[in-house]
Ligand binder design. Structure first.
Ligand SMILES: [Zn+2]
Length: 139
């Protein structure tokens, strides 16, 4: 069952959560701070930030941290995701994160990418990852 479109105020709140969360990033190597804010089906906002590691390859992106936190909190149904960084255009999720998002979200899942300058880009998951790997279809 498709969830209704988000209203403007909810999008704004989600974007602000992502912008705020990026300030918690652990990014001493790249200086590239990213925040993510995931809206659950029951209306909670669960956030994540990137967590870099001295070995680089172990670095976790903000989007995957948010999803892992949500799953650990018992949440698996999501309505939208906001991702924030300082870059212009705003940051797009990497391929690894898109695949992790696709584990829980349908092709129509909405994402908003934002930066502190107020730029916004809206996508559906399938715009960014048109042919996600799936072992089975989402229920
Ligand atoms: Zn990523």
């Amino acid at each position: 069952v498709a969830l209704p479109e988000l209203d403007t105020e909810t999008w704004k709140q989600l974007a602000e959560s992502a912008l705020e969360q990026r300030l918690r990033a652990h990014a001493p190597y790249s200086g590239f701070r990213v925040g993510a804010a995931l809206l659950t089906a029951d209306g909670q906002i669960i956030t994540g930030c990137n967590v870099e590691n001295a070995s680089y390859g172990l670095t976790l992106c903000a989007e995957r941290v948010a999803i892992a936190s949500a799953v650990a909190a018992g949440q698996r149904r999501f309505r939208a995701l906001a991702i924030a960084a300082e870059t212009s255009p705003p940051p797009r999720p990497c391929g690894a994160c898109l695949q992790v998002i696709a584990e829980f979200c349908s092709e129509d899942f909405p994402l908003v990418l934002v930066n502190g300058a107020g730029e916004r880009e809206r996508y559906r998951l399938a715009d960014l990852l048109p042919h996600a790997f799936r072992l089975k279809t989402l229920e």
